[in-house]
Design a protein around this ligand. Structure first.
Ligand code: SAM
Length: 224
């Protein structure tokens, strides 16, 4: 249960410098960058660890609801930073314990994010549990709000039924358009997503399928 979780009243209330101290301007105290990449339900953080060196100028945030898992990722990132003090690697990733299905606009301003990852989300197999899935029409409108025009939603799962569900909802949503296979093949994040996450590695060991779908955030019709 997440009722004791705390949320900022607005994105301005968040003290991001605690998560990314290297990106705090020492004279003004302001952040020099904003979070632009979110890993929703980041689990043990493998995706962020691999994205970090590829996108050194982006702040990457994992959101994870489980306490112990969040603590593990925090420790993992502290260790990575301590082992890379000279090169200052891994300063651009961190994790936040949060229910990503609630109050995302309290963390991010409109159009702040350029990428959102949904890697191996919990499948909630039973019909009556489908409303608990992390991709639903209501939530897609929130994701569209925090994503900038041209931003990307990345999804991957080993559960074909969930894949079809995510594709259906994203395709039906007026603010998202699916990207084709050629685009996927040329995108660095797709290959990282296929190999980096702990869940993905588990699926790999079991020789399971991995279903990928990526979507571009379209302009608001009113802005055209
Ligand atoms: N993305 C990781 C990977 O691929 O290895 C983890 C996949 S795991 C199957 C799903 C994760 O989503 C779990 O760690 C779970 O705690 C987290 N989760 C589920 N619902 C969530 C929510 N509403 N907000 C944040 N995290 C959530």
């Amino acid at each position: 249960s997440d009722h004791q979780l705390e949320y900022p009243l607005s994105p301005e209330e968040m003290d991001w410098s605690k998560l990314y101290p290297e990106f705090k301007d020492p004279t003004t105290g302001d952040m020099t960058k904003k979070v632009t990449v979110a890993d929703i339900g980041c689990g043990f953080g493998g995706l962020m660890v691999d994205l970090s060196p590829e996108f050194p100028d982006d702040l990457i945030l994992g959101m994870e609801i489980r306490v112990q898992v969040t603590n593990y990722v925090e420790d993992r990132i502290i260790a990575l930073r301590n082992n890379n003090i000279e090169s200052k690697r891994y300063q651009n990733i961190n994790v936040l314990r949060a229910n990503a299905m609630k109050f995302l606009p309290n963390f991010f301003t409109k159009g702040q994010l350029s990428k959102m990852f949904f890697c191996f989300p919990d499948p909630h197999f039973k019909q009556r549990k489908h409303k608990a899935r992390i991709i639903t029409n209501t939530l897609l409108s929130e994701y569209a709000y925090v994503l900038k025009e041209g931003g990307i939603v990345y999804t991957i799962t080993d559960v074909e039924d969930l894949h079809n569900w995510m594709v259906k909802h994203l395709e039906e949503h007026p603010l998202f358009e699916r990207l084709d296979r050629t685009w996927e093949n040329g995108d660095k994040c797709v290959s990282i997503m296929l190999n980096a996450t702990e869940e993905g590695k588990k699926v790999e060991r079991k020789k399971g399928d991995k279903f990928v779908a990526c979507f571009k955030r379209l302009p608001n019709p009113s802005d055209l």
